[in-house]
Ligand binder design. Structure first.
Ligand code: PMP
Length: 361
């Protein structure tokens, strides 16, 4: 029994049953916050200055964020209509799910993956179909293709997979997409694309370049590699008519002028920002290797995070990190995701992880 107070108005049953969104813990002054896959670097002064120069706060922003669209269109070699900007890539994902999948429809994704997927499917009124990851924490694309039915309207694939880390290879994705009916949306969620170093990883830009799969939409974000999580700006590349449908479900004017300007400034400063991404990726590789050395079965880590498969001991292990001032993201009964943060946090993570691994069964 819960003692939550009754909702005073009639709410859709599936929404009333949803647990409230739980954000990763905020860190105190002494702690490292490694729970939300954020970028540990402060924003570049030039990006901050450009953000502050954005249009006056008493004016609405450009609803379509056209300057940023044009810039990204040029960069990806697509038409402006093939780019859509959102207040974070998660808001675009919500639009795509709303546009394609209502009551009686199915949305397929791997599990465990990004926690928003089941939530977005349920809020749209559709049925979430979860396909278990393989034992090495990768997408099981054969099983995902086999799960497609006449009711399937969308399939979401996440590469690198949050929270476990492995990528889907180009060959795996190419074979998979051939098995998806051409009127079923495939979302390639590449929130962590810039951190990928595996040479055989799928690249959404390359998938779209051929033009052979108008049902594929690629999602990317300025939250991770570009360090703008607090400003909320992400984008989709795909077929203009598919993006139009997403746009029809969007809350108008949710991308601020400040977010658009900071994203443009970040693209101008890309070389410097990608240098930081390289630093984080190197730190990640060092951390994953040392954790494996210590006895953890860390799967391939291609995002800005590593996965500790702590199973039934997850809450105890997370408590040990917490006590040491390391805020991590535990998934009870399954594992712990640790973001690659400040250099000084790496030694600390290793020390705690090595000390608790000995107690695991
Ligand atoms: N996709 C994945 C896989 C993510 O992990 C996240 C953020 N945690 C997002 C999308 C959303 O990112 P944002 O809305 O900040 O662009």
């Amino acid at each position: 029994m819960t003692d939550a107070p009754e909702i005073p108005v009639r709410v859709r049953a599936e929404v009333a049953a949803l647990p409230p969104y739980k954000q990763g813990k905020q860190a105190g002054a002494e702690a490292f916050k490694l729970s939300s896959n954020e970028n540990p670097f402060d924003p570049l002064p030039g990006v901050l200055a450009r953000m502050q120069s954005a249009s006056a706060l008493n004016r609405y922003p450009d609803a379509a964020a056209n300057r940023l669209r044009a810039r990204l269109a040029e960069r990806f070699g697509v038409d402006v209509d093939g780019v859509h900007i959102g207040a974070g890539s998660v808001s675009i994902l919500a639009q795509l799910v709303q546009a394609t999948s209502g009551p009686g429809d199915e949305v397929i994704y791997a599990w465990r993956s990004f926690e928003a997927y089941p939530w977005l499917a349920v809020v749209a009124g559709s049925t979430a179909v979860q396909v278990p990851l393989t034992p090495d924490a990768r997408h099981d694309l054969d099983a995902m293709a086999a799960a497609i039915t006449e009711r399937t309207r969308a399939v979401i694939v996440c590469t690198p997979n949050n929270p476990t880390g492995p990528v889907i290879t180009q060959a795996e994705f190419d074979a998979f997409v051939e098995r998806v009916p051409s009127d079923v949306l495939v979302v390639l969620d590449e929130a962590y694309a810039e951190f990928v170093t595996a040479p055989d990883a799928v690249d959404g830009a390359r998938v779209l370049a051929g033009g052979a799969h108008p049902n594929v939409v690629v999602l990317r974000t300025f939250s991770k590699a570009f360090g703008l999580a607090g400003l909320r700006v992400g984008y989709a590349i795909g077929h203009p008519r598919v993006l139009d449908a997403a746009r029809s479900t969007a809350i108008p004017l949710s991308v601020t002028a400040h977010a658009e300007e900071a994203a443009l400034a970040s693209l101008d400063a890309e070389a410097e920002l990608i240098e930081r991404v390289r630093t984080i990726a190197e730190r990640r590789d060092r951390l994953a290797a040392a954790l494996r050395e210590a006895g953890w079965r860390v799967p391939e880590a291609q995002g800005n995070f590593v996965w500790l498969p702590s199973g039934a001991e997850t809450i105890e292990v997370a408590t040990a990190f917490d006590a040491a001032g390391l805020i991590v993201r535990p998934f009870a009964g399954d594992g712990i995701r640790i973001s690659v943060g400040e250099e000084e946090s790496v030694e600390k993570v290793l020390r705690i992880a090595a000390s608790v691994v000995k107690d695991l069964p």
